[in-house]
Design a protein around this ligand. Structure first.
Ligand code: PML
Ligand code: MG
Length: 246
């Protein structure tokens, strides 16, 4: 196989994120050398034509991934659900997540943390699955990165879902992570999901149409090695492989 490159984009409005800019978009791919230019262009276009506004800061990083560092993991199975209201959607999320590993208190805290964000954070919050306490340090959140799927067309033609499914599969493969809750920060996109026990539960109406407040919570065991899980999620290159029933 020819060499692979990670191409990562993050975009903000009002300057760079680290100087107070407001997060607009982030996305990434792992591609062959000859695809790098086209992919970088399409990621820049995405940041310049986004429902959250036009980015005035776009950072695109390209770097080589040594093939011996890549880990191959299975894609989660997808289950589609129906919910007519936000209350119904959140009730479903609670039912899917709750179990021996994740307490109702932790889930309620996670929902509150997501609802009470005053603007979307680019990274995900880590929450203790027993106590519900947030355990990541600072406000940046954990930025899951270095992932893609070469089966991505088979994962569907909805960009939101395809990228979320790849990310959720990487997250669930992390040692000590037992679940995830997510809804989008894109104002025109209200579908969210819950990932746990090898399943990606897609749930409509997870938030108000028009709201730009969204994000992710990862539920983790109390004895997790926080630094090494963050290192895995942010740095280890992962390719997600589709299982036959996805
Ligand atoms: C995001 O846009 O950042 C989150 C996307 C959630 C995707 C849910 C789905 O459609 O499956
Ligand atoms: Mg978004």
């Amino acid at each position: 196989m020819s060499e692979l490159y990670s191409v990562r984009m993050r975009a903000a409005q009002g300057g760079p994120h680290e100087k107070g800019g407001h997060h607009i978009s982030g996305a990434e791919r792992i591609v062959k050398l000859e695809e790098v230019g086209v992919i970088a262009q399409s990621l820049a276009d995405r940041a310049l034509h986004h429902s959250k506004g036009t980015a005035d800061f776009i950072n695109i990083i390209v770097d080589l991934i040594p093939s011996n560092e890549i880990i191959y993991i299975d894609c989660l199975e997808v289950e589609e659900h129906r919910a007519k209201t936000i209350a119904e959607a959140h009730q479903l999320a609670i039912e899917f997540l709750q179990g021996p590993e994740i307490t109702e208190v932790a889930i309620q805290n996670a929902i509150t943390l997501l609802k009470e964000l005053d603007s979307s954070i680019r990274g995900a919050m880590l929450v203790d699955a027993t106590t519900g306490k947030r355990i990541d340090v600072g406000n940046r959140g954990v930025r899951v990165s270095h992932m893609d799927s070469f089966d991505s067309e088979a994962l569907g033609d909805n960009d939101h879902m395809r990228e979320a499914l790849v990310l959720a599969s990487k997250v669930q493969s992390g040692k000590g992570i037992v679940g995830e809750l997510c809804w989008s920060d894109d104002p025109d996109y209200t579908v969210g999901y819950v990932a746990c026990n090898g399943i990606y539960h897609r749930i409509p109406n997870m938030k108000e149409l028009g709201s730009a407040i969204g994000g992710r919570v990862f539920f983790v065991r109390s004895d997790i090695d926080r630094d090494s899980i963050i290192e895995y999620l942010e740095k280890t290159p992962v390719l997600v492989q589709r299982r036959h029933n996805v």
